[in-house]
Write a protein that binds this ligand. Sequence first.
Ligand SMILES: Cc1ncc(COP(=O)(O)O)c(C=O)c1O
Length: 368
Amino acid sequence: MGGRELLYVQEAFRENWLSSVGPNLNQLEAELGRLSGLTAAALVSGTAGIHLGLKLLGIKAGDEVVTPTLSFAASCNPILYEHAVPVLIDSNRETWNLDPDLLTEFLRKRADAGRLPKAVIVVHLFGQCADLDPILASCAEYGVPVLEDAAEALGASYKGKAPGTLGDVGVYSFNGNKIITSSGGGALVSRRQEWVDKARFWSQQARDSGIDYTHSELGYNYRMSNVLAGIALGQLEVLAERVEQRRAIAFRYRDAFADLPGITLMPQAPYGLHTNWLSCFLIEEERFGLSQRDLISFLKEANVESRPVWKPMHTQPLYQGAECVGGDVAEHLNRHGICLPSSSSLPLEHQQFVIDCIWEAHAQAQRA
Ligand SMILES: Cc1ncc(COP(=O)(O)O)c(C=O)c1O
């Protein structure tokens, strides 16, 4: 926490706005609007944002939606909420994000076959934007709308612009593990005011105007609470600082591993600012001496938590049988990529401990 979150929360208690309406919510939406240059709706989660975003794009049962296979399940699951059909596409090695060439080729083939997907979800993984220009150009060429899942990339930039603001709909997350958090929460942004109004309407049970409880449409209980909006407001004030802290941790690890063979930081694409929300590294087993899994076990023994890079959707039991274009890059990244402790509050001595453990893992492997 940055320090001022509690002031906003106390204000909510003092004014008795302990509800899904109130001044913190209004202010949060205004702040997010200012940050993105668009209109925002505050929601209970990023997942809810993706779900409502797909509904705004008109996704219905049986429609195909393209999404990267390498992501957290929450990027993909809302497709199933609408009984639509995910089509998974591989990442490229340069960014770890959706491969624009594979997407373009896929759209071209599907256009020829007269079977274009109804939408594309682009995910900005681990704090780094996907290469949006070619992706947006291909989608525009074939008239396919784009939803940007920027859950992991708040504070990043793509050619000077904020992720989430370049597609038709953008989504952010304030989940507990994100770069800033409201303990749980999310937001949807769009340049279309009427879409954001619609998302807000759906998020509040889609209750028609008037005093009667009249419902013409299916709604959801997806609205953020005014109390949690207070936490988000305080956190937004320290977003830039958190970005600096996350980047400093990643670069500290990178520099400390400069002379260590077989461990390299996730590529930092030249077109934008990578927040390094998570410090992700690739382990080359031959050179490092240990596999990613063995390094994770070694770190666990030392009480250091680390995780593999996301398990691709096409390898998940839930998505068995889903069409997947490519997949080798995502599988490689999942097998060899490791996410190291990255919290903004990680003290320097803990960062050093992680560094020492990784050097020791390598040294022990050399001796064995
Ligand atoms: C890529 C990605 N998309 C979506 C989400 C969902 O966000 P939330 O947890 O706020 O529902 C997350 C994280 O949780 C995520 O990492």
